[in-house]
Write a new protein. Structure first.
Length: 186
């Protein structure tokens, strides 16, 4: 019996040491990213996803080309609030690409008042916020889709505010503009 009691710790020690010599997961045979794979028919380790594969964060509904909700003052107010939080540092308060980040030497984004962007569809601004463009990274994880549409609507309002001549306003709008102190001729 004493001999049996002495064997159990020795057996446990042998099994414990044997368990330590197992290969670790990071040392297993595998292909590195884009490494050639001679065993595959096309010789590439990066495999094409099967047909019908959907990315985890993919939007399954088609993206509308136009504002998918009614244009209201509440939507513009929300767009202004989100614009001032997320866009103002680079694009500036009115969209002329003169924000504080640009003033401190970072690359200047395009002005929202350029001909190209004034004629761009509203969905362009939504797409840029979603996917990024140039040096602007994606804001998809920072700005909800509904807020992206609100910001896009606000950008369009900014564009119209800077490019609508005073002569195109009706008399009540002109009077309101003159009372606010912004009635210089444009």
């Amino acid at each position: 019996m004493k001999r049996l009691c002495l064997l159990w710790p020795i057996a446990g020690l042998v099994l414990g040491v044997a368990g330590c010599s197992q290969p670790k997961m990071e040392n297993q045979p595998k292909y590195e990213t884009y490494e050639n794979a001679p065993d595959w028919p096309d010789g590439q380790s990066a495999r094409t996803p099967p047909a019908g594969t959907v990315a985890r964060d993919a939007q399954l509904a088609p993206r509308p080309d136009h504002l998918p909700v009614p244009l209201t003052q509440a939507l513009l107010d929300r767009g202004q609030q989100r614009f001032e939080i997320n866009c103002l540092p680079c694009h500036g308060r009115v969209g002329y690409a003169d924000g504080m980040v640009v003033q401190r030497g970072f690359p200047k984004p395009p002005s929202f008042h350029s001909e190209r962007l004034r004629h761009a569809p509203l969905s362009h601004f939504y797409d840029v916020m979603t996917d990024g463009y140039g040096v602007m990274y994606s804001y998809a994880d920072r700005v909800e889709p509904a807020d992206r549409w609100a910001i896009a609507a606000y950008i369009r309002a900014l564009q119209q505010s800077q490019h609508t001549p005073v002569a195109a306003l009706d008399p009540a709008q002109r009077q309101a503009l003159n009372q606010s102190g912004n009635g210089e001729d444009r």
